[in-house]
Design a protein around this ligand. Structure first.
Ligand code: T46
Length: 145
């Protein structure tokens, strides 16, 4: 169902995406199709779960990777930072996703009990794609601007 979803671009190309939701007395169903609801091929899927209260994930940026994050269960906050400014987004619906683009620092916190973060990623895991040092990320971002 290309084009039916709502996308709100709000920060450095990052987007909030409404994912189709098929309601049914038997329970709801949502689906995501590559190059339709998201504008990249899905090369990897991973998920964060059993996150202890007060724990934080992320704390890095990517050079080339795009990802779609979904709170499949529960809720958590995502802080996005481009080296100049930041925004905070709460994900708490299994039918809404957040696309995070390259060169955006992300930190995930405030995980609710039982929260599950599903991630659809544009590339396989590659440690060399990470900026894990904020100062180095900020300098690299400044050179691109
Ligand atoms: C991101 C946030 C939302 C792998 O071996 N394969 C994988 O696909 C991933 C994602 C990680 N790993 C290894 C690398 C580390 O030894 O798992 C360990 C933990 O990874 P990391 O500290 O990067 O996990 P998070 O939750 O801080 O970050 C992850 C993603 O790495 C990152 O791209 O945006 O989730």
């Amino acid at each position: 169902m290309p084009g039916l979803e709502t996308r709100i671009t709000f920060f450095r190309g990052c987007q909030l995406v409404d994912i189709p939701k098929i309601t049914d007395p038997r329970g709801n169903l949502s689906f995501i199709e590559a190059n339709s609801h998201i504008d990249f091929d899905i090369e990897r899927v991973y998920y964060l779960y059993d996150v202890p209260a007060g724990a934080e994930r992320g704390g890095h940026a990517h050079k080339a990777l795009s990802q779609l994050l979904i709170a499949i269960s529960g809720s958590f906050d995502v802080r996005l930072d481009d080296g100049l400014s930041e925004v905070r987004v709460t994900l708490n619906r299994p039918f809404q996703g957040l696309i995070i683009r390259p060169m955006v620092w992300r930190e995930l916190d405030n995980f609710s009990s039982g929260a599950v973060c599903l991630v659809l990623a544009s590339h396989h895991y590659d440690e060399s794609d990470y900026y894990r040092d904020y100062d180095i990320f900020q300098k690299a971002g400044a050179q691109l601007r």
